[in-house]
Design a protein. Sequence first.
Lengths: 471, 197
Amino acid sequence: MMPPSNSRGTATDTAQRPQGAKPGRVRRLHLPQKLRNLELFLLLIACGINAASVVLVQLGALGRIDTTLVLLGAGLSVLVLCLHVVLRVVARDADPFILPIASLLNGIGIAMIYRIDIANNDAGWESAAVRQTVWSALAIACGIAVVLVIRNHRVLFRYTYVAGFIAVVLLLLPLVPGLGREVSGARVWIGIGSFATFQPGEIAKIALAVFFAGYLVRNRDSLSMVGKRLLGMRFPRLRDLGPILVVWALSMSVIIFQRDLGTALLYFGLFLVMLYVATGRLSWVLLGMTLFLGGALIASQTLQYVNGRFTNWLDALNPDVYGASGGSYQLVQGLFGLAKGGLIGTGLGQGRPDITPVPQSDYIIASLGEELGLAGLFAILALYLLFVARGFRIGFAGNDDFGKLLGVGLSFVVALQCFIVIGGVTRVIPLTGLTTPFLAAGGSSLVANWIIAALLLRLSDTLRNQPRLVV
Amino acid sequence: MSVSELTLLVLRLGFLLMLWLFIFGIVYALRSDLFGQRVRKQQQDAAASAPPIAFAAAVPTPVPAATLPPAGASATALTEQLTGRPAAPPARSGPERATATNATRLVITSGPKSGTEFPLTSDSVTIGRSGDSSLVIRDDYTSTHHARLMLWNEEWMIQDLDSTNGTFLNGSRLAVPTPVPLNTPVKIGATSFELRR
């Protein structure tokens, strides 16, 4: 059932490890954990910036420093330091940049959500910032569990088809009557009672990345080696189009039944990129983009909500569209906010981001852009860039095909999600509801992204933990 | 207590500055990734540099590098010498290819660390100046990610990762992923190695 290149790796991995890792183990007893110390240093700076952002929000919005929310900042710092300590024990060679970057983004997100809470006079359990902190705790606990339980990412290779099954079940859950919830048109939530709503699609993207990686490692030869050459590119045979058509049908059904354009684009883009990385053939990308654009065009003509999104995007500043119900009011308010921010922003706590609808989740980028300005927004984009670049680096340097594909897939899904959300808010592409990774208010997104971070940490540790020789 | 406008302005500029310092701190820590690993100065004799593979025999080493024939000897002669049985006709089949079952180690045959061995597992072996390569070669001639040894259908292949100075299999520069025969020198920068049983 396993392809030749990986069968030995999985079967004899434990047997070969002690022999191969021996020189490394001995060396590590004498050397300090350089990578972990660098991580701790960066983590302390990140926690400092997080605390500073909360204090600045209070100074700007309240004019005084309040001790209630110090708890929130401290809580997050304690949690990420816990994860750091766990890494010191079980993943000494993990990448030192992922954790500080994720903590900083999470902390800035909490500060911004807290700022919106102040504007809305929310406190206690009503406060989205308190809930976001609790969700962060849960998410980081999930991350710790992933690092502890999955000691070698190749374990996931065995569960390729299980992961695919889980992904499909998670995608279908919101459609189950009684369990699914419809929030502002999109049916992507599940809820038990009136409490605890969750967006299973966020977790599904991780399961899909695992499934695609395992599937493509097993089957890429038939997808890349054969086919006719046309216009200098090798196009696949008709019978090999099965997988791409299945994923296409899946994302089209997400557009039609769950009414969620962004999620569909996310899944399909993930599959396309992993297919391209696995086969190295541009024809797949062309084929896939033609399929998706064709599907999206048909959807924009036939489905009311997709059509509305396109109108809002192309004709946003038209007073009729602006004033219409479900029109471009939110989009244009976000743009006004960004314009008000200018180069250095109004300062944390001193803008009016709360005028835009849902400023703490979908529009958190517009809120941050207003209060931190272009300089701050670019800093946040640079943080994402570094995060994704680390992921690609891990994928690039990996020495097993499954790990490579998984690393690329997981980090690309973060990049694509950023592009879809931030592109939507800044009117580069039609606006679709997705969460900004780590920043936006929303528990499912936080849990999913911290699991992605944990998996990348695990991948990078396995990568550096191989036998090596320095000449 | 209220805070003056000026204090707030200073604080918010300070916050942006801190954010960017954090980013540049990370970029500084990543500099070897972005600009390539620093070249380590090697001993003077190595600086005379890149001894041709044939001279490997002259280097006293614990491994049987001395079994290497002088320059110009054909690879078939090499197989004959090592396996003790006559090699196949030189026309089609060259020396035995290294497979997952018959190659167990990678032996450095020339360069500053000649004689060192490296165990082969089923994983691919990345070679380059970068710190996370499996075989790190830090000299002036090696690229950050130089080449990769990998198993294709149970057979060891070497692939040049578009390196500046090239990877040489038995003296000829690689253009495409090529199967590696056993006991055949692969040269990268000033270092050459072989796959052995």
